[in-house]
Structures are given as C-alpha cells and as structure tokens.
Design a protein around this ligand. Structure first.
Ligand code: SF4
Length: 373
C-alpha cells in the first residue's frame, strides 16, 4: 500500500492514515466494549466519544488493576523546544480528565535533553522553555498534591540509574530499527530514549511495589514506548499501558499543528488580534463564492475551522452535528463560522493566560524531588 505520510517522534508529514498506523504499530482499537467500560468510571470525555483518542495498549489490564485497588500513575510530557500551542494542550486536557476521573497521581516529564540533542538549541534555551511550558501545563488545573514535574537535566541523579538499566537491555540495532538512526546520528540521541522510559518505571521504583502506569499521548510517541515496554520485564516493572490520540490539525488544513508554520498555529500566549488574523486565514471547506456556498454547501470534513470545534471548542455533540449540517446545506458561511471560532479561542485563551500567570506561584512546589527552576 503506498504511504504518503510519515509519523515518527520527531517528524509528522502528509495525510495520516490512522488505521494503517494502528496496524503498523500493532496497537488495539478503542472499541465499543472499552468505551462502555470507561463510561462506568464517569462521563466519557468528548475526545473518547469522537475517536480522537482512538487506540491503546493494555487498557483492560490497567483497569483490572484499578478495580482491584492498585491505582495507576499517569505519565505524559513535553519536549520543550518552543512556546506551547493548542496541539500540545489537547492531550494534556485529556490527562486532566483522567486524573479527575480516577484520582490518580501524575508525572509530567520535560525532555529538555531531547530537544538539546535533536534541535539546534542550547541547554539554556531548552531549560527556559521547560519552565514556560510548565506554566501552561499547571494552568490546566492538575491537582498540585498529586502532580510532579520532572525536568530531565534537573532530575538526572534519580533518573540515570534506571535509564542505564534500560540502556543495557536496548541494542543499537533496536534503536536503528525503531527510530531510523544512522552513522551520522549523535550518540546522545541514541541514548535519549532510555530517559523517556524512566517515568514509566519511577512510580514502581519509588514505591517499592508494582505500580501500573498509563501514558496518554500522541500516536507519534509510540516508538519510544515500544522500547520501554520491551525493557520492562527485564527490570521487573509492569509494562506501561498507553492510550493514543490523533494529531491536532493545523489551521492550514494540514494533519498536524506545527510550530514550523507560525501562521497556522495558535500559541497559548497569542493576543486576540493574532488569533483573529490566524483564524481569518484558515483553510476551510467553503466554496469560491457566497452564491455557490448557499447553493451547494461547504465540506466540514476537510475544514480546519470545523476540526477546531471538533477537537476542542464545541463539547456538545448535538451542536457540533448541527454545525456540520448547516455547513453542508449552505445555511452558514465561512466568515460567520470563523468569527465564532475566533471568539471561542479568545475566551479560552483569556482564562488560560490568567491561570498561567497564577501558575508561577505554584510551579515551584510541583517539581519532582523539589528541584529549583
Ligand atoms: Fe468550515 Fe464553517 Fe465554512 Fe463550513 S461554513 S466550510 S464548517 S468554516
């Protein structure tokens, strides 16, 4: 089957075939039975109802352990290479729902070492971005008593022995096969994946017992966690369970919002004016003229404005369906639709920016092992 897309932890391009990706990675679909089971713990998050989180590894085992009283720790993270955008927030918002629903502890890993090794950035820059990105994470309202932030270069003393255990059991040939490294890859990059394994094992190492871990993240991160899961039994830890989401789309109609196209990316620090400008230029499924659109209708399936409502900004399924319907019938025009989305994003960002300021007072208390920022 021809593939015109690429999904790796460092590069996502083309029109992603998510079902094909699931088969290639060997993950399981989130089917009706699993959704039904999850709905027993609380109302399903729209990202589950809409199939944005669509595939997983070992969720049934994780829930069985939870039902037996062996609660899990959540683990997700961020590679701090620039300002936070809506695409980063999306899986964190889902993590917050999991924490609220299951009352679990959470580890949030800032992989400043990764971004230093893979990008043209200094450690100072990645360290500064780790702090800035952490403010966005904290602003989402995670329970400060149950949530700890790891920064790899700050917590390395605790992490290194576990990373070494993983490294000893991971061959160069595996790293090449999983990540596509070659002779020009710097050796830090080859080692790095072991650091991303550590938070999957830390809860067990810290507690001295087998603590299940759930990692909600983008499907692009699966290669790292295949290495983690392979190493787990050798280290005597449970394999982490995973639940994966699709990529948050760009305003330009692309399958992934990316910082490489700033005009198609909404940052958490954007002004209302900047948001208006960016949404105004968004790719839509509209027609070339008002007359044509009234007559033939638009296409919400390909429309970035509709996708933003689908992914984040319209939580009510009935209203979302109504919007799609009106669009197809030509009863709403793109200008009106863009104005409505702009308003929604700006209302969200106003609250977020306020909470982000307040996060500065608590982010110091949420560091793993109490490091100083
Ligand atoms: Fe997209 Fe709205 Fe235009 Fe339909 S009317 S194509 S949903 S912007």
């Amino acid at each position: 089957m021809p593939e015109d897309f690429k999904v790796t932890p460092w590069e996502v391009t083309g029109d992603i075939d998510y079902d094909l990706l699931m088969r290639q990675f060997g993950t399981s679909p989130i089917d009706e039975a699993l959704l039904e089971r999850l709905s027993g713990y609380g109302p399903l998050h729209p990202m589950l109802r809409r199939g944005i989180f669509y595939t997983h590894r070992d969720m049934a085992w994780l829930l069985n352990e939870y039902d037996k009283g062996n609660s899990f720790t959540l683990y997700t993270g961020r590679g701090p290479s620039g300002n936070t955008h809506l695409g980063h927030l999306m899986p964190w918002i889902f993590n917050k729902w999991v924490q609220d629903t299951f009352g679990c502890d959470m580890l949030f890993q800032m992989t400043d070492d990764e971004k230093f090794l893979f990008k043209d950035l200094s450690l100072e820059e990645t360290g500064r971005m780790a702090y800035e990105n952490a403010l966005d994470f904290v602003a989402l309202g995670f329970d400060p008593k149950k949530t700890k932030i790891i920064v790899d270069t700050k917590n390395v003393r605790r992490m290194y022995p576990i990373a070494l255990e993983v490294a000893k059991r991971t061959t160069f040939s595996t790293a090449k096969a999983v990540f596509g490294f070659d002779n020009s890859t710097n050796i830090g990059s080859i080692f790095y994946t072991t650091m991303q394994s550590v938070p999957a094992f830390l809860p067990s190492a810290d507690a001295g017992r087998q603590v299940p871990v759930l990692i909600p993240c983008g499907i692009d991160q699966d290669p790292h966690f295949r290495v983690t899961r392979d190493a787990a039994p050798h280290l005597g830890y449970p394999k982490p369970s995973l639940i994966f989401c699709k990529m948050f789309p760009g305003l330009n109609g692309g399958d992934k919002m990316s910082s490489s196209d700033e005009n198609a990316t909404i940052y958490t620090t954007d002004t209302p004016k900047a948001v208006k400008k960016k949404v105004g230029r968004a790719f839509t499924g509209g027609r070339v003229s008002v007359e044509e659109q009234r007559q033939l209708g638009g296409n919400p399936e390909v429309c970035a404005v509709f996708k933003y409502n689908f992914y984040l900004f319209e939580k009510d399924d009935a209203k979302l369906n109504e919007l799609a319907d009106k669009c197809r019938k030509g009863e709403i025009l793109c200008g009106e639709c863009k104005m409505c989305l702009t308003e929604r994003i700006n209302v969200f960002l106003e609250g977020h920016q306020d909470r982000r300021e307040k996060a500065k007072d608590v982010v110091g208390d949420m560091t793993y092992d109490g490091f100083e920022w």
